[in-house]
Design a protein. Structure first.
Length: 390
């Protein structure tokens, strides 16, 4: 296990009836807040009204900024930054899923500088401070409610870039599983796939063979997410299932899973960011479509690690005495079966992406690979992986 520093400053309020705390938790950072949310669901399910009431009771003046779409756009963030500056906003609240929370972070970072916020994403500028950010999570998936990352799409260039900095950790995040009862089946499944992908990328890209604590932790999280997703799809108002899915997705990308693993990569997210940037597809759907092909590529380079994963999450179905390559294939088969059971895409073809599109996707991905310092993912290698996903 490598040396590591784990520091996560985000305060989590988890469980039923935690939403009314958003008022006093926000008041602790300022009296002028910007409330950022998506399109219709927050108002339709009553969450919006509860947030506004709590903020009013705490004496917080609210500037609203809604209509945030999935795969949030740079143009909308730029608008939000101008509003935040004009209204002298002191604290930002993101109420929704990863797209909304990432938008809140980007506005909070851009509101305190004079240069364009996109320069953070291209590495031309570094974050030196932000407005404080609080979040109310309604869709478990990205982990943005307890990490230092954000993702944004450049409207004109169709580039979907991710960026992280320690100043981007939310101050307080409210995680009430009941707020996710109304998440539709497809996005419940997409969120589970996103969370599992975060873990798989750490698990399979580490070069350290001796991390048993992290290995068992990650295997347990994957199994928990799969089970919780199944429960939520069967009974959408299953509190235990929603709670397990929400907390597991948060833990998947809050720094704990990667602790001690050394250098790790994000190859599936590298490819998927280009996919959804170009086609505006659902992030979790794109990851699901890429996952089988990437795993088959990985099996050829390191079957032992994939075989161990299979033993950890499918102990009753993986042949203990079979060669590593065979056990790795059994693991992929089991994961593919689960993806089909939760009704998500399992190939790029199912998303309307053809072999002719591969060079363009790979070219976009190779540009992001340079920014993320994943230079081993050259365009030819990315095309190789994408071909397996068709």
């Amino acid at each position: 296990m490598h040396n590591f520093v784990f520091h996560n400053p985000t305060k989590i309020l988890f469980g039923k009836q935690t939403l009314p705390s958003i008022g006093p938790e926000t008041k602790a950072f300022g009296s002028r807040a910007m409330l950022i949310y998506g399109r219709q669901s927050l108002k339709q399910n009553g969450t919006y009204q509860q947030i506004v009431q709590s903020l009013a009771a705490a004496g917080v003046e609210v500037t609203e900024f809604g209509n945030i779409q999935a795969n949030p756009l740079l143009s909308r963030v730029r608008e939000g930054i101008q509003v935040a500056k004009k209204e002298k906003v002191e604290v930002v609240i993101g109420a929704g899923g990863g797209s909304v929370i990432d938008t809140a972070k980007a506005i909070a970072a851009g509101a305190v500088v004079e240069h364009d916020v996109w320069k953070f994403f291209t590495g031309k500028k570094g974050v030196k401070g932000t407005l404080p950010v609080n979040t109310v999570l309604t869709l478990p998936a990205s982990g943005s409610e307890m990490n230092s990352g954000m993702v944004l799409t450049h409207d004109e260039k169709k580039q979907k870039f991710g960026f992280g900095h320690r100043f981007l950790f939310p101050k307080t995040s409210i995680l009430d599983p009941e707020l996710s009862y109304t998440v539709p089946p497809d996005y419940t499944a997409y969120g589970a796939v996103d969370a599992i992908s975060h873990i798989l990328e750490f698990y399979l890209t580490t070069a350290d063979p001796d991390t048993p604590v992290q290995d068992r932790f990650m295997e347990g999280l994957i199994a928990s997410i799969m089970n919780a997703c199944n429960r939520c799809l069967t009974h959408p108002r299953d509190y235990g299932g929603r709670a397990s899915l929400m907390w597991s997705a948060t833990l998947a990308l809050n720094g704990l899973t990667a602790a001690g693993l050394g250098r790790v990569g994000f190859p599936m997210h590298l490819l998927e960011h280009s996919l959804s940037g170009l086609y505006n597809s659902a992030h979790g759907a794109g990851l699901a479509a890429l996952l089988p092909g990437w795993l088959h590529y990985y099996k050829e380079t390191a079957p032992e690690r994939l075989a161990m994963l299979g033993k950890g999450i499918f102990p009753e179905t993986i042949s203990a005495n079979a060669p590593p390559a065979e056990r790795a294939e059994q693991c992929i088969t089991q994961l593919l079966q689960w993806l089909r059971e939760i009704n998500v895409p399992t190939s790029l073809a199912e998303m309307g992406v053809t072999a002719a599109d591969i060079p363009t996707i790979a070219e976009h991905s190779s540009g992001l690979a340079k920014i993320w310092r994943l230079r081993e993912y050259s365009q030819p290698l990315l095309e190789n992986i994408l071909t397996r996903c068709c």
